[in-house]
Design a protein around this ligand. Sequence first.
Ligand SMILES: Cc1cc2nc3c(=O)[nH]c(=O)nc-3n(C[C@H](O)[C@H](O)[C@H](O)COP(=O)(O)O)c2cc1C
Length: 183
Amino acid sequence: MELEIKDYPKLIVRPVVVITTVSNSGIANAAPFSLNTPVSFDPPLYGFSCHPAHDTWRNIQDNHEFVVNIVNKGFGELMHVLETDYPYEDSELKHAGLTEERAKTVSPPRIKEAIAWLECKFEQGIELGDHVWVVGRVQSVGVNDAYWKDGVLDVEKANPLCHMAGEFFVADVRGVIYKRAKK
Ligand SMILES: Cc1cc2nc3c(=O)[nH]c(=O)nc-3n(C[C@H](O)[C@H](O)[C@H](O)COP(=O)(O)O)c2cc1C
């Protein structure tokens, strides 16, 4: 069956991350992103695609740092809160009831409830189509002990959250697909 071209991202199931940044006045910002991937092992580079109007991009241009928080199914019901466009100086983390933890190498906080986190320094921003491809160099990586087994992520326990399109997400190793609450 042939699909409309605009539907192409729906065919690529992508892990959801919540990226935390800080404003010039030190207020934390958090937003979900699914257009993301590691891009290089050495140096360790990570990239995600960000709409240029997002506060995330503004903060990264101002402060050159961000944390990639890898999240699980438990965050699914918080997506509509985290993607809300609150006033610039208002932290989405507080609205979502999430806990800020001090990062080791960068000023944006990491999220305590996340499965794992990558602390990144901004390396490059490349305008690609209607988004900016934001590349960061990974400075420090951590994982919640409970979700690390035999040198890899214990996927069954960690239950990472993946995105298909709009309100449709994928979680659970057995491949259950569920629909999140509407914004
Ligand atoms: C699951 C999910 C994935 C998303 N992925 C992206 C993405 O990859 N790139 C993007 O620019 N926006 C993405 N968004 C939308 C942003 O998270 C949303 O517009 C957010 O309000 C931006 O916040 P900010 O202005 O605080 O940076 C996604 C939203 C959700 C719920």
